[in-house]
Design a protein around this ligand. Sequence first.
Ligand code: NAD
Ligand code: TYD
Length: 351
Amino acid sequence: MILVTGGAGFIGSNFVLDWLAATGEAVVNLDKLTYAGNVRNLAALEGDSRHTFVRGDIADRPLVEGLLADHRIRSVVHFAAESHVDRSIHGPADFVDTNIVGTFRLLEAVRSHWTALPAAEQQAFRFLHVSTDEVFGTLSPTDPPFAETNPYQPNSPYAASKAASDHLVRGHHHTYGVPVLTTNCSNNYGPWQFPEKLIPLVIANALAGKPLPIYGDGMQIRDWLYVGDHCAAIRRVLEAGRLGEVYCVGGASEKPNIEVVKTLCSILDAERPRSDGTSYATQITFVKDRPGHDRRYAIDARKIATELGWKPAETFETGLHRTVRWYLDHQDWVADVTSGGYRDWIAKHYG
Ligand code: NAD
Ligand code: TYD
């Protein structure tokens, strides 16, 4: 059995569903259910004995140690985090608590569990830490994409807290021998992404007739990866990654934000035309830039491709179409998660 942390969030819930479909191996899912976690994402698993959901904090060491021992956990996949850059600017403390202190306590629980395992189980055990390309900082238009050897230069409280967690994971491997793997992935998109992030926010606002906010000049570049491809990469690293190694994961799909938003508008124009016959692009509104906004992220994914044979199955075009259709078919989910707390956030952040 594996332990997944943060399995009620965006990538975590996609991973739990993908994992059970691909491997059938049972999952214990530990999630605090912050604003970003939603058990409705896992409704398809209701009554499925292979999925055990536990509401709790990764920083609760006795709880985590109990779960590791009681379920004889053979591997941990660690997604739980505060994940939104804009929220980290308004309130960085939660990012330190969960991403740094929480990861540290989780690592300590894992270390104590792993140390007590019989030799064969110790050898098979893995702790996979899911991280981000944002730890590497920002690229100029002509820089080569980030690779595993890039220095860490985090520029936001979110990126700094993830960078710190990566270092703690590395330290536990080199000092105590904890068998870790780390992935640094580029921007994900797909089903069940909370509509505070660019792609689901734009879809939701477009359909609601609201402005589509573009920070600054909209020429910041992100390397977009469909979430299902990220889940497949994590499965592959867990299965065959070399101990202590880092794998960069990306979509080879660099797009400026303005292009992403215009593409979303044209997909929506075709799938769900506006009643007045004009394009959703008329709702695009340039707003004040994000402080410290990184200009460009891009990933060189050659290591995971050559060592582990992973490459994305979706292109940006196919993935984005799938994503828009999913949001059109799941407007009840969007309505559900965009209630009180969400409205407070939008009012505070976008004024
Ligand atoms: P998310 O915000 O959608 O989900 C995070 C989940 O963690 C939520 O379900 C939340 O309830 C849970 N959580 C938060 N604090 C917790 C705690 N203290 N204890 C237990 N659970 C807690 O995030 P996401 O976008 O799914 O990202 C998942 C992971 O992947 C994060 O570590 C993030 O840094 C990393 N990542 C994300 C992206 C991306 O584009 N979204 C890209 C690369 C890496
Ligand atoms: P986001 O989805 O928050 O991911 P990240 O900051 O982790 O890359 O933002 C993606 C890009 O879109 C980023 O450059 C910021 C920009 N953005 C906007 O222009 N407007 C918005 O309303 C949001 C949420 C993001």
